[in-house]
Design a protein around this ligand. Structure first.
Ligand code: ADP
Ligand code: MG
Length: 489
């Protein structure tokens, strides 16, 4: 079973040999916090260049960093959400390198002793649950930004991001396909958003991934990896893995070897390009930052944070399957975003779960997607959608009329029951009216009567005709009963 599951992921090389892709990711997640990691300046997105810069962020001589306790709490929450070991003592190190947007000349990061150790995240691809190991999560500062396109021969530096807290989350090399890599980043994003520890907005760059890719023959030791830097969308992560794996397979099949290097993904050309040969840890001359004490907190503190965590996607998904009888797929769709799950639960409470799921996923999400809206801006509220479902359940309207009613509520608002009353949308259960319609249709269509009597499947045509003459308001159950009786079926 395990072997079969794995063999699905093999890809054919140019020579016809089969290859396995091995992927590990280093994800940079911006900590959701109003202030930076070691200063009080704002982390707000889109400010005037250099408007959110304190003396610490600008690395003025003699300025001392002061740890932001909220960022520490966020890292611990994230670690707990990744089922990971929380280290009660960790150490900040200086990672030394020169870059114009790094005025300190070093980044404060964590190296040998990170705040969070090993954990595990479960992903689901094609119904198969795959555990993905987490190596570590550590806290570090972001750098500033060099702006090259304002002036043809000058570069500007914007330090607004300088000192913003990042969590670097490193996975083990446990991923085996582009789709698994995509599922991993989606799951990670979902967990962090549930926790409220990272907004996960990849377009704004507050979640970005370095994707390490190597290839090997099945069962062989790991091959040499290349690291593709800063891939900033889920779609690009999939593409980058595929083109990089192809590139490596072609080299190895032609008798070459892979150089360990850092590469860039070019989405326009659909290729990866060499940026620089891989730097080693010793190149950075890591050493403990003498300006900062080791970071220490108690198990009590961790336990308190643990107790305050919300229900996370996996638990919610399992509960939706158990409590509402949903398929794993529907439960997955509904729990990917916390707001979506909460919307669904408000609608499903005290109602049929599967019907609620169908309406929320197909009608509501479908419509929201079309208009590029999220559930927080839905024109149809949980109360309104719930009221529509109640009108179907108690037989007031048919499922078909309910779609029209949904459209009206979507565009005009209002109380669904009142709309049904005012616009005469009630289902016709008055058998007299339906019988009259049936009699008329039978009288006018002797040929169809014959064929329905020969083949009861042709009954559908009659149902359609009755619906048409009653404006879709006849109760389908009543129509069926009357038709069968009158046609002698
Ligand atoms: P470094 O610190 O030098 O970047 P790490 O050991 O931290 O190296 O690994 C970085 C990332 O590379 C991790 O996500 C890990 O899973 C991944 N990785 C390690 N070896 C391989 C490999 N052979 N193929 C693909 N990914 C790998
Ligand atoms: Mg690394």
């Amino acid at each position: 079973m395990q072997e079969h599951a794995k063999s699905k992921n093999l890809i054919k090389g140019f020579s016809g040999d089969e290859w396995e892709i091995v992927i590990g990711m280093e994800v940079h997640a911006q900590v959701a916090s109003n202030a930076k990691l070691f200063s009080g300046s704002s982390t707000a997105f889109g400010g005037e260049p250099n408007s959110h810069v304190s003396l610490v962020d600008a690395a003025m001589p003699g300025m001392l960093p002061v740890i932001n306790a909220e960022c520490v709490a966020q890292a611990i929450r994230s670690g707990l959400g990744l089922n990971a070991q929380i280290n009660l003592r960790s150490v900040f190190d200086r990672k030394n390198y020169f870059y114009p947007d790094l005025p300190q000349g070093y980044q404060i990061s964590q190296y040998k002793q990170p705040i969070v150790g090993e954990g595990v995240v479960e992903i689901d691809v094609d119904g198969e649950a795959i555990p993905v190991g987490i190596e570590r999560l550590h806290l570090e500062q972001d750098a500033g930004k060099s702006i090259h396109d304002m002036h043809p021969d000058q570069t500007y530096v914007d330090l607004n991001r300088s000192g913003v807290a990042l969590m670097e989350i490193v996975s083990k090399p446990d991923l085996r396909s582009a789709r698994q890599a995509q599922a991993f980043i989606s799951k990670l994003r979902s967990i962090l958003r549930y926790l409220g520890t990272c907004d996960g907005d990849m377009e704004k760059g507050n979640l970005r991934a370095d994707v390490n890719v190597s290839v090997r023959k099945p069962g062989a030791p790991f091959g040499t990896r290349c690291e593709i830097k800063n891939v900033n969308s889920i779609r690009f992560i999939g593409q980058a893995v595929e083109v990089e794996a192809r590139r490596q397979i072609e080299i190895v099949e032609n008798g070459g070897t892979i150089d360990q290097e850092t590469r860039l993904f070019d989405a326009v050309k659909g290729e990866t390009r060499s940026m620089r040969s891989k730097e080693e840890a010793h190149d950075y001359r890591y050493f403990p930052d003498p300006d900062l004490l080791p970071l220490e907190f108690t198990q009590d503190y961790v336990d308190k944070l643990q107790k305050s965590l919300p229900e996370l996607p996996d638990a919610k998904r399992a509960r939706f399957v158990g409590d509402y009888g949903l398929s794993a797929y529907d439960a997955d769709v509904l729990t990917a975003e916390r707001e979506n799950a909460e919307f669904f639960e408000a609608v499903a409470k005290g109602r049929d779960g599967k019907t609620a799921a169908n309406w929320v996923i197909n009608d509501l999400f479908g419509r929201l997607n079309k208009e590029g809206k999220d559930v927080g801006h839905s024109p149809v509220s949980t109360e309104q959608l719930g009221a529509i479902l109640d009108l179907i359940a108690n037989g007031t309207i048919s499922g078909k009329i309910a779609k029209d009613l949904f459209e009206i509520v979507w565009s005009e608002g209002g109380d669904p029951a009142e709309i049904v009353d005012k616009r005469g949308m009630k289902q016709v259960t008055d058998t007299g009216a339906i019988e009259k319609a049936v009699d008329d249709i039978i009288a006018a269509n002797p040929k169809q009567v014959e064929s329905a009597q020969a083949n009861p499947k042709a009954l559908g045509w009659f149902v359609g005709q009755v619906m048409k003459t009653t404006g879709g308001k006849a109760s389908p159950g009543v129509v069926n009963d009357i038709l069968k009786r009158k046609l002698g079926l």
